[in-house]
Design a protein around this ligand. Sequence first.
Ligand code: SF4
Ligand code: SF4
Length: 435
Amino acid sequence: MQTNFTLAQLADPDIAEADGILRKCVHCGFCTATCPTYVLLGDELDSPRGRIYLIKGMLEDGRPATKKVVTHIDRCLSCLACVTTCPSGVDYMHLVDHARAYIEKTYRRPWLDRRLRDVLARVLPSPRLFRLALIGALALKPFARLLPGRLGAMAGLAPGRIPGASRVDTPQVFPAAGARRKRVALLSGCAQQVLAPEINEATVRVLTRLGCEVVVAQGIGCCGALVHHMGRTEAAHAAAKANIAAWCAEIDGAGLDAIVINASGCGTTVKDYGHMLRGDAAWAERAAAVSALAKDVSEVLAGLDIASHASDAPRPVVAYHDACSLQHGQRVTAEPRRVLRAAGFELREVAEGHLCCGSAGTYNLMQPVLAQGLRERKVANLQSTGAAVVAAGNIGCITQLAGAAGMPVVHTVELVDWATGGPRPRALAAEELIE
Ligand code: SF4
Ligand code: SF4
């Protein structure tokens, strides 16, 4: 694609990067077929190619973002299916990240929109505030269908119960069972530890059982993904730096073989810390070191001996749901399947597995109509597998699909933990799953 930035514009390293990305696009349109919003809406401006044109025009123009551009960029899920599909290697992820930051700086959203985004940016990364907000949402849940738009979506997504805080999420070291094979740090996260503390508990159990010493580092918190995808660069960088400082203290101390992340939306962001802070001389090197160590929990489990710990007990058939951040953001697709099979589960593939379930961070709150359309499509594909359980590697997908799928939706690591000696996952407790 031809671009027309001035030399003065290209002196800005972010514009220079965007220029390089834009120039790689050859307008072929292959990406449109796998873009969930184009599949649903059929509008070129809601396809990757259309958005790339809008971003190009916005950045070349250099003036504040327009309502039209904001509308179509806001509808993008950042699912990155287009990145997987693109034969020219267009780095849409960093292009749309830059576009969102530009919009945040130059566009004044309607009052209600601004307040809602402020609240989400403040509440979701804080486990204490998020737990309080969920208590309020739980009270509204019975009336979710009667509430308008985003309010109804928020109430509808509230879990049926709000678990207490787990002791695994406080800074500490969990020793390996038997000989130590690895020393890893766990990102205890923010929203996930409130919605489903059993995921971190299962992660610690299974990793220690398989020979890992697990550390929850002092000072660890939200990865910054939520605010990063809102274009709030300063807040995202602050969150990243806090985590980098916490993990570097461990790297410099007892050392780390990996940083384990069990929410793939967070994993994609931590793996990108090196890029996010590339222009910050004080942090760039440490950020790159942290990104190099970051691994999805399935990548770490795939290198451990699951099979010899797995019992012979019968297991339910599992439909494995590929979270977009894992399959497109991190290109991790084989490892979750490998670890589930090593744990003794029979897997069923899900049709249209490349399409997003509509969760996408705060997307299901901000764009409830599109998110619901994608959820219904995903649920139909999951149900047609005939599986008894859905496994996924991202809390956003689990929350989006639980309750709608008509079968339990659990984290991959909960199933591996169960199969290797841990408790039956709570979501499966009351189910008769094995024929
Ligand atoms: S990130 Fe997803 S929704 Fe956005 S343009 Fe790419 S495929 Fe479409
Ligand atoms: S597939 Fe890649 S090169 Fe083709 S239009 Fe989409 S982004 Fe551009």
